[in-house]
Design a protein around this ligand. Structure first.
Ligand code: 5GP
Length: 137
């Protein structure tokens, strides 16, 4: 598998504005931010997304998100953050190294939530049944 741009950042082969690092994770500014201070948290271990991540790596990434989110908010002078993550081409994932976006938000007006749809009769229970049947513990 070809090395991703994020692995090159982890290995310090290309530059990035790194804001936090520990044994298992790295956090750096997104090169094309949605807002100033937009930060990406990645595991150092090569992992594509939620579909192949092991539980220790996932826990480490989420813990780093928890740890640095207040600093991203306050460092950017924001009042809140969106924590977002895209998994798979159709979900908008462009870089296939697991990452979580922390995006500072400044005013409610500036933020647009995704459009909402309504379930038809029986549709919610049908999809919920299929999800339950696919869960493996
Ligand atoms: P995705 O769409 O996969 O969830 O998000 C990938 C993100 O990586 C994008 O927001 C994009 O701006 C960011 N990105 C892509 N290439 C680079 C890079 O070379 N350096 C940094 N710092 N961010 C990158």
């Amino acid at each position: 598998m070809e090395e991703t741009i994020f692995m090159k950042i982890i290995k310090r082969e290309i530059p990035a504005e790194i804001v936090y690092e520990d044994e298992l994770t790295l956090a750096f500014l997104d090169i094309a931010p949605n807002n100033p201070g937009h930060t990406l948290v990645v595991p150092k271990k090569a992992t594509q997304n939620v579909f192949d991540v092991d539980s220790a790596t996932w826990a480490a990434v989420l813990e780093t998100v928890r740890k640095i989110a207040p600093a991203v908010r306050d460092g950017a002078g924001a009042t809140g953050v969106n924590i977002q993550s895209n998994h798979g081409v159709d979900a908008g994932q462009e870089v296939f190294h697991l990452h979580i976006h922390i995006i500072p938000r400044f005013t409610k007006k500036e933020f647009q939530f995704w459009p909402k749809i309504e379930y038809g009769p029986g549709e919610a229970s049908a999809v919920a049944d299929k999800i339950r049947a696919n869960i493996s513990t």
